[in-house]
Design a protein around this ligand. Structure first.
Ligand SMILES: O=C(O)CCC(=O)C(=O)O
Ligand SMILES: [Fe+2]
Length: 200
C-alpha cells in the first residue's frame, strides 16, 4: 500500500495515493464486489424533489450504523467477505475506524453524482471520508462553497484511477462541495467505495 500524500492547495484536508491498491488486488476486488454487492438504484431528494440517482449504490456497514442519505434512512447491508479486510486496511491508512461504506457503481460515462457535501449529521462536524476507486478512471471535482479573498472560487480536478485512495478530512465538507461529472468519453464501469464513520 502506498502512502497518502497531501494534495497541493488542500494541505491537511485532502490526501491521496493514486496507486494505493496493487493492480492484481484491485482487479480481484472489483470482480468480487461487482458480483457480491446487491446493487440498487437509490432515490435522492434534491431541492425537495425525489429523483432516481444516476448510478447504482449499496449501503454496507455494522448493524447499528444506520444512516440518512439525501432524505432516506438506510439500514446497512452486512460486510461482504471481500470487503472486510479492505475496510481494515483503509481504516489503518486513514487513521480512523470506519463502520460503514457507501458503495457506488457507475455503469458507464452517463452515470454520475451531482454537487454535494458528505455532511450528514450522523458523520459529525468534521468527518473523515476515505474513497477507494476501482475500474474506469473518472474525474472527481472539488469546488469551494465561497470565493477566496481574491474573489476566486477554488476548484480542484482529480483523476481517480483503479486502486486509488482519496481521503477528505478536517473542514473539507464544510468548505467544499464535490461531484463526479458525466463524461462523453467511452468509459467502462467504475466502483467507488466511500468509507465513513457513523457516530452513535
Ligand atoms: O464516486 C465518487 O468518487 C464520489 C462519490 C461520492 O461523493 C459519494 O457517494 O458521496
Ligand atoms: Fe460524496
Amino acid at each position: 500500500m502506498k502512502a497518502l500524500r497531501d494534495m497541493s492547495g488542500l494541505e491537511g484536508a485532502v490526501q491521496r495515493a493514486p496507486h494505493w491498491l496493487p493492480v492484481a488486488e484491485a482487479d480481484a476486488l472489483f470482480e468480487a464486489l461487482h458480483i457480491d454487492i446487491p446493487w440498487a438504484r437509490h432515490r435522492l431528494r434534491i431541492f425537495g424533489r425525489e429523483i432516481e440517482a444516476p448510478r447504482l449504490s449499496c449501503w454496507i456497514g455494522d448493524p447499528d450504523a444506520t444512516y440518512r442519505y439525501s432524505g432516506t434512512r438506510f439500514v446497512p447491508q452486512p460486510w461482504p467477505a471481500a470487503l472486510a479486510p479492505v475496510r481494515d486496511a483503509v481504516s489503518e491508512a486513514a487513521g480512523i475506524a470506519f463502520n460503514s461504506v457507501l458503495a457506488n457503481l457507475y455503469r458507464d460515462g452517463q452515470d454520475a453524482m451531482g454537487w454535494h457535501s458528505d455532511d450528514e449529521r450522523e458523520l459529525g462536524p468534521r468527518p473523515v471520508i476515505a474513497s477507494l476507486s476501482l475500474g474506469a478512471t473518472r474525474r472527481f471535482v472539488l469546488k469551494a462553497r465561497a470565493p477566496d479573498a481574491d474573489g476566486v472560487v477554488a476548484r480542484h480536478v482529480l483523476a481517480l484511477p483503479h486502486g486509488s485512495l482519496l481521503v477528505m478530512r478536517g473542514d473539507t465538507q464544510a468548505l467544499y462541495r464535490h461531484a463526479l461529472p458525466r463524461t462523453a468519453r467511452p468509459v467502462g464501469p467504475r466502483i467507488n467505495l466511500t468509507f465513513r464513520k457513523i457516530l452513535r
